[in-house]
Design a protein around this ligand. Structure first.
Ligand code: ADP
Length: 176
């Protein structure tokens, strides 16, 4: 079965999937934006596992990903990945953002995850230009699917804001 790409407008904490992805920061101790929403809705079990990971490996580097329980979320797992802070585009931001999507999907395969939902990593507090971030996300995910055919059933892009939703709709050529 071919992997489906889906576009969703809304709150990622409500997604009934195997794993949702968190746009975390390198401390793994929670923050604002989608990170805050995930910890608020998922409850303390997520932070407890983040603290354990921190104690072992000292946080999470930009572009890398770690996995925890989903706690009280409908999703079984949360994969926390740390997007790059936009610094003008000549600090390797594009590759780092691409690494987030690829490393998250690699971790998902290792855990037998077949349905996964991504937020628009780095496009909030980290100020990555939204149109470029959408292009990196879609290109990286498409390449991953081509390299790992039939392993993942559905990959959803969950857009919280109208602007991102419009950009993804255009770039995914959705006729809605
Ligand atoms: P970053 O620090 O990586 O920029 P943010 O959480 O500030 O992370 O923003 C990343 C994206 O997540 C933004 O596009 C923001 O609109 C979106 N976002 C915020 N809350 C939610 C939510 N509950 N569900 C899905 N996306 C969200």
């Amino acid at each position: 079965m071919a992997t489906q790409l889906a576009l969703v407008r809304g709150d990622i904490t409500r997604m009934h999937v195997d794993a949702i992805v968190n746009a975390a920061n390198s401390s793994l101790l929670g923050g604002g934006g989608v990170d805050g929403a995930i910890h608020r809705t998922g409850g303390p079990a997520i932070l407890e596992e983040c603290v354990k990971i921190r104690n072992i490996q000292g946080g999470c580097a930009t572009g890398e990903a770690v996995i925890t329980t989903g706690g009280k979320l409908p999703a079984r797992y949360v994969i926390h990945t740390v997007g790059p802070v936009w610094q003008g585009g000549d600090k390797g931001e594009r590759d780092l953002l691409s690494n987030c999507y690829r490393n998250t999907l690699t971790l998902a395969l290792e855990h037998g995850i077949t349905t996964i939902a991504f937020p628009n990593i780095s496009t909030g507090i980290y100020r990555y230009p939204k149109e470029e971030a959408a292009a990196v996300a879609i290109e990286t995910v498409r390449k991953f699917i081509a390299a790992h055919p039939d392993r993942i059933a559905t990959i959803s892009f969950v857009c919280f804001d109208e602007e991102n939703y419009g950009l993804y709709k255009k770039q995914l050529s959705y006729a809605i």
